[in-house]
Ligand binder design. Structure first.
Ligand code: UGA
Length: 434
């Protein structure tokens, strides 16, 4: 099939490349000329395991093309997938400016019957609004219908998630348009759920909100475990063995970050508010998450007193491992708190440093190894559970730090093993070793 993907961010680019991989003829369009130029040269603007290889392979096969021209992208395709960003507005609601701009361009340039698929996360009701916008601005008399098809891939495992996802959700107002979108996905061989448009839009928000709720729930249980002498790892395992609960997303830590959970939870609260429903449960989930990184700083202060003038290392800055994305990263919250408290902060991350430089600038010292970051430090905070950090020999903290005190926000190390090392080790939801 001939498919155009609008937006070459995480979702758009991965979707485009994966659709090319299964044999569709794909055109990806973006307004960012520099990005398109990189992509034409088979270079990925984002770090995502396996993406660049698949991109290069499909460019060579002639399955995927990149352009900034709406005329070229929208005039000759059966399916147009909109995957542009819906960033957060100051009031927490979703900003639909990019969606609106793309929809207008589509309406102006369509030259044949097309299905417009909305993959961007949009508030319930937005697909209807986009449909109206396109129909009223259509320059040529062609059949166009909007279909909702939310995305569930995760950064860091985006390609594998696309090929092995738990489900594909297709929300359509007619069987005809839903069937066309379903046909595009046949080779993925994944379970497909067909719904109406609004249910499909809601599935996306409800999924992210539920996962965020699981994380805030386990973090609260962890905070209580610390006070009652229970161990959160055992508690998570114990409750996760109940199949009705499931073991995933029960890893306690300093909270969820990234470009989705923080934004989508706030947007859902807004959306509920718009229909006069106060979503108190989700409001609490957000509150717990905002507080969670601060608790680790508080624990450090209780042990060492003021942080002013102390050399502090922060290991791991990305919002989770296997990505260079630091948007809403809980680790970056910790870094900012440390700076505010007057600490001298040394940071290390395997790949996210250049993104941190863009936001935090020169208020911290950037290190290219863990050894360099923790050398002579009085405290070390761990913000991301990179495998390099998990595998790092614990003995080195004792050898290199001035005073070996570790505040582990991601429970990277085995508690019993840490007891043998003679250092201060404070983690989440587990006994503090002092
Ligand atoms: C999330 C969803 O998992 C995807 O299904 C969805 O498609 C995506 O948002 C989106 O809406 O685009 P992502 O943001 O890439 O994916 O990352 P996750 O792997 O879900 O992790 C989110 C945050 O939760 C990370 O900061 C992670 O450290 C934290 N987390 C996750 C925990 O603190 N504990 C856990 O047990 C799991």
């Amino acid at each position: 099939m001939k498919v155009t993907v609008a937006g070459t961010g995480y979702v758009g680019l991965v979707t485009g490349v994966c659709l090319a991989e299964i044999g569709h003829h794909v055109i990806c369009i973006d307004v960012d000329e520099a990005k398109i130029k990189m992509l034409q040269e088979a270079k990925s603007p984002i770090y995502e395991p396996g993406l660049e290889e698949m991109l290069s392979k499909n460019i060579k096969k002639g399955n995927i093309f990149f352009t900034t021209s709406p005329e070229y992208a929208y005039s000759n395709c059966e399916i147009i997938i909109i995957a542009v960003g819906t960033p957060e507005k100051p009031d927490g609601s979703a900003n639909l400016t990019y969606i609106e701009a793309v929809s207008r361009k589509i309406a102006e340039n369509i030259q044949q019957d097309s299905i417009v698929v909305i993959k961007s996360t949009v508030p319930v009701g937005t697909n209807d609004w986009i449909n109206n916008l396109i129909q009223t601005n259509l320059q040529n008399r062609h059949f166009v219908e909007v279909v909702s098809n939310p995305e569930f891939l995760r950064e860091g495992s985006a390609i594998s998630d696309t090929f092995n996802g738990d489900r594909i959700v297709i929300g359509s107002s007619s069987k005809y348009s839903g069937d066309i979108v379903e046909a595009m996905y046949t080779s993925f061989n994944r379970p497909i759920l067909r719904t109406n448009i609004r249910s499909s839009e809601m599935i996306k928000y409800a999924s992210n909100a539920f996962l965020a709720t699981k994380i805030s729930f386990i973090n609260e249980i962890a905070n209580i475990c610390e006070k009652l002498g229970a161990n959160i790892e055992d508690v998570s395992t114990g409750i996760g063995l109940d199949k009705r609960i499931g073991k995933q997303f029960l890893q306690a830590g300093i909270g969820y970050g990234g470009s989705c959970f923080p934004k989508d939870t706030k947007a859902l609260v807004q959306l509920a508010g718009n229909v006069e429903h106060e979503f108190e449960l989700l409001e609490s989930v957000i509150k717990v998450n905002n507080h969670q990184p601060l608790l680790l700083i508080q624990k450090a202060k209780e042990i060492v007193g003021q942080l002013e003038g102390k050399k502090v290392a922060v290991l791991g800055l990305a919002f989770k491992p296997n990505t260079d994305d630091i948007r809403e990263s809980a680790s970056v919250v910790i870094v900012n708190q440390l700076i505010e408290n007057g600490a001298i902060v040394y940071v290390y991350d395997p790949i996210a440093i250049s993104n941190v430089k863009k936001t935090i600038g020169e208020s911290v010292k950037y290190c290219s190894t863990i050894d360099e970051a923790i050398g002579d430090a009085e405290l070390t905070f761990i913000g991301t559970e990179w495998s390099e950090i998990k595998k790092y020999p614990v003995i080195n903290y004792k050898r290199l730090m001035k005073t070996p005190m570790i505040f582990d926000g991601r429970n990277c190390y085995d508690l019993d093993e840490m007891k043998n090392h003679g250092l201060v080790y404070v983690s989440i939801g587990r006994e503090a070793i002092l």
